[in-house]
Unconditional design. Structure first.
Length: 84
């Protein structure tokens, strides 16, 4: 997915075209002083990026630490007194 590069001034002047290109042609790169600064993507592409790959339970179960024993004992000591 190769996008087009836009100079910042061109991106500002042709913003609606930039948005259309991002929707139909993929990511659009905006440069400032010849350096890539930001990428404009469609909302569809953005949602794909942020969508979780699975549930939290699946994530925890696939952890390399899933089979480790945890010490879940609670400390029963009396808390220290604090002078207010």
């Amino acid at each position: 997915m190769v996008g087009k590069h836009w100079q910042l001034q061109e991106a500002k002047n042709k913003f609606s075209n930039l948005v259309k290109m991002a929707q139909h042609k993929g990511p659009q790169f905006v440069t400032k002083h010849g350096k890539e600064e930001v990428v404009i993507i469609s909302i569809e592409d953005y949602r794909k990026l942020i969508k979780p790959k699975g549930s939290l339970v699946q994530f925890l179960q696939s952890s390399p630490l899933a089979n480790e024993e945890l010490d879940l004992k609670r400390n029963k000591d009396v808390p220290r007194k604090i002078m207010l």
